[in-house]
Write a protein that binds this ligand. Structure first.
Ligand code: SF4
Length: 193
């Protein structure tokens, strides 16, 4: 895409009272909680389904493919980490089978709390799985919803493909960048009000 070099964005700590959260059962999967990353006060909140690992098997920090592609797209359209906060429908990465609908419904209460507290100006929801949870509509699809602003949970929301889908299907790259440009244009409009 460019010679821009992605880095691991700072992680926002999990609130103290939720460090041992076991409400949905994903605590049994062994992956650690990631509350969010980037700028916790950013005007744009990006929502992905789950955090993926920030460390490799040896415990060293790493920037996974999803984070690389996301940051490259942001950089390409002129957005920086200061503009962006990334969080997740699920705060832990599932590593085996689980009750998808129930678990997402449970953890969405934490995301709703984050929305209340942070009051982002704009949401960018990436990937069908995150979109279906966030829109609370099992039929929702990026393909049909992209290129428009939707009012979801009282907040202007744009959608796009998941960065991993773009890595797997490079033909999605131009559409992905279009969606990032759409986000940036809308952000510029609200900034100028
Ligand atoms: S994924 Fe969400 S509900 Fe489940 S244990 Fe983590 S914070 Fe709690």
């Amino acid at each position: 895409m460019t010679d821009f070099c992605p880095v691991l964005w700072p992680e926002e700590s999990t609130p103290e009272h939720l460090l041992d959260c076991n409400e949905c059962g994903l605590d049994q999967h062994g992956s650690r909680m990631v509350w969010g990353e980037g700028n916790p006060l950013a005007p744009i909140m990006i929502i992905l389904d789950n955090p993926g690992a920030r460390e490799d098997r040896g415990g060293s920090p790493m920037v996974c493919g999803t984070r690389q592609t996301l940051q490259q797209a942001a950089n390409l359209v002129g957005l920086t980490m200061e503009d962006l906060y990334v969080t997740f429908i699920l705060k832990r990465k599932p590593v085996r089978a689980y009750d998808k609908q129930q678990v997402r419904q449970i953890c969405m209460t934490h995301l709703k709390q984050q929305l209340e507290e942070k009051q982002p100006k704009l949401i960018f929801c990436l990937g069908n799985v995150a979109v279906q949870s966030f829109f609370e509509n099992a039929e929702a699809e990026v393909k049909a919803l992209r290129g428009e602003i939707h009012e979801i949970h009282g907040l202007p929301t744009a959608v796009g493909y998941h960065p991993l889908a773009v890595r797997r299907r490079p033909n999605l790259l131009s559409v992905f960048i279009e969606d990032w440009n759409f986000l940036k244009d809308h952000y510029n409009r609200i900034k100028s009000y």
